[in-house]
Ligand binder design. Structure first.
Ligand SMILES: Nc1ncnc2c1ncn2[C@@H]1O[C@H](COP(=O)(O)OP(=O)(O)OP(=O)(O)O)[C@@H](O)[C@H]1O
Length: 451
């Protein structure tokens, strides 16, 4: 055979004049596992039904093993393509073995009796899908997940070079979900071309050789999982803020949908302080997912080495002599461009604080027993007594930022930067009440009380 086992060329499908697939092209070679990903209604099932020949496209064509699937008799088509459908309800109550045996009718006439080879294929398919123990039970008397494995067994018994699966793991527990995909992989390893619609993006990344991402019936990305599952494609296609990181165990892409209260990826927090409390602050913010910068901080300070080990952007100064003008201006720039700055009272010189934090976008002060504020009180978004509430307060301050600049990315806009300064006599809901330090924000309650 030359060319891929399955090719979909510029296929368009519409129902009642509503376009559901628009110029879609996909290919799967023998020995290749292609995953279809995309939101509900993006066209995955329709594409699989078009490939199997169940639907005729308005435009374009589908070939399997070199022939247009729509020109093949249904018998020949079912020798080439097996389908594991999403809807596992079966309208007749045959026993499990008989349902699996239906996969063999492609290879013999409906009324011919089974050969030894047929029987072996059926038993083998049931063993591989771990359903032998209920082979004699009616299909009505097993669970939805078990039924899904029966339909996979039927497809395996069909022994086709092309395999289509619609949400093969949808009703399976974690163990059987993984076993099913491993089973598909082993079929693929032996030369099957497989295309599966898979909702779970992590599983798709882990088991598929390549992915095709559909959105509103069009292909928006295709290729190896790492090139398809990016924060930008996932965010725009699924309309959700997402973090894509390597799975610590499998090393393949792991996608996490983020809530609004999660720190925006790439949001940097600038810390001004020294000693253990600054080191703890850095560690807590790092664990919460913020990018970090710190300084100026004297060389050799414990927080400087913590910053170094966390990969924080660090402005160091010489101990005793204090920061130079250049170091101050570098730190000021870092605070100005950070989403939120944190000043740790009692550990950072208030004069240095004034100089560095003057242009800070959002400011959280950890009082740490000190009453001195580096900048006017109205400029402080939250006071916290200790590092306990620093993550909540910084998250809340960055969420305020998102609301105000309207971009949702948590980065300060120019408007927000110039807008945010409030004088003590201005009334604003962000302005802390009363006299400092009595107006401290309760830990974690600075706008995050609903968490
Ligand atoms: N027979 C039909 N008649 C009219 N519209 C249909 C028909 N079948 C599907 N659709 C529409 O086509 C679009 C694509 O549906 P499809 O089932 O292919 O999506 P999907 O990506 O598989 O979704 P899901 O992830 O929810 O299974 C949907 O808007 C759906 O409502």
């Amino acid at each position: 055979m030359s060319g891929p086992m399955i090719t979909v060329e510029d296929v368009s499908v519409s129902f009642d004049d509503v376009s559901v697939l628009d110029n879609v092209s996909v290919a799967a070679d023998s020995g290749e596992f292609v995953g279809l990903v995309g939101p509900n209604g993006s066209g995955k099932t329709t594409l699989l039904r078009t490939i199997s020949g169940a639907l005729t496209p308005d435009r374009g064509r589908v070939t399997v093993d070199g022939d247009d699937i729509h020109t093949l008799s249904s018998r020949v088509a079912s020798q080439r393509v097996a389908v594991v459908p999403q809807d596992t309800s079966i309208s007749f109550s045959f026993d499990v073995r008989r349902i699996v045996g239906m996969g063999r009718t492609a290879h013999r006439g409906r009324f011919e009796s089974m050969t030894v080879e047929d029987r072996e294929a059926i038993e083998n398919a049931m063993e591989r899908t771990e359903i032998t123990q209920f082979a004699d039970r009616s299909i009505d008397a097993i669970s939805g997940g078990e039924r899904q494995r029966v339909l996979l067994a039927r497809a395996i018994a069909q022994a086709t070079p092309a395999l289509l699966l619609d949400e093969p793991t949808a009703s399976l527990d974690v163990n059987h979900g993984i076993e099913t995909l491993q089973l598909v992989r082993s079929l693929v390893h032996n030369g099957t071309a497989a295309i599966a619609a898979i909702h779970d993006l992590d599983l798709a990344a882990r088991y598929c050789d390549s992915l095709v991402m559909l959105s509103d019936g069009a292909v928006v990305a295709a290729g190896p999982p790492e090139s398809v599952l990016t924060e930008s494609t996932v965010s725009s296609t699924f309309d959700v803020r997402a973090a894509v990181t390597p799975d610590p165990v499998t090393g393949t892409e792991s996608v996490r949908a983020l809530e609004d209260s999660d720190p925006p990826r790439g949001l940097r927090v600038h810390v001004l302080g020294t000693g253990n409390i600054a080191a703890q602050t850095l560690a807590k913010l790092d664990r919460a997912g913020f990018d970090l910068s710190i300084g100026p901080i004297p060389n050799g300070d414990i927080a400087a080495s913590t910053a170094h080990s966390l990969g924080a952007d660090t402005v160091t100064s010489t101990p005793l002599s204090g920061p130079t003008d250049e170091q101050l201006s570098t730190a000021r720039e870092k605070a100005r461009t950070a989403g939120v700055s944190v000043f740790i009272g009692g550990t950072a010189d208030p004069d240095v604080g004034r100089s560095v934090l003057d242009g800070a976008t959002r400011l959280v002060v950890i009082e740490n027993g000190s009453v001195e504020t580096p900048v006017s009180e109205g400029s402080v978004d939250a006071w916290v007594a200790s590092t306990d509430a620093v993550v909540d307060s910084v998250s809340a301050a960055s969420a305020d930022e998102k609301r105000e600049d309207g971009t949702g990315d948590g980065r300060p806009s120019d408007d927000a930067t110039t807008d945010r300064r409030v004088t003590d006599d201005e009334t604003t809901d962000r302005s802390p009440p009363g006299n400092h330090p009595g107006h401290r924000t309760d830990p974690g309650l600075s706008g995050s009380g609903d968490r």
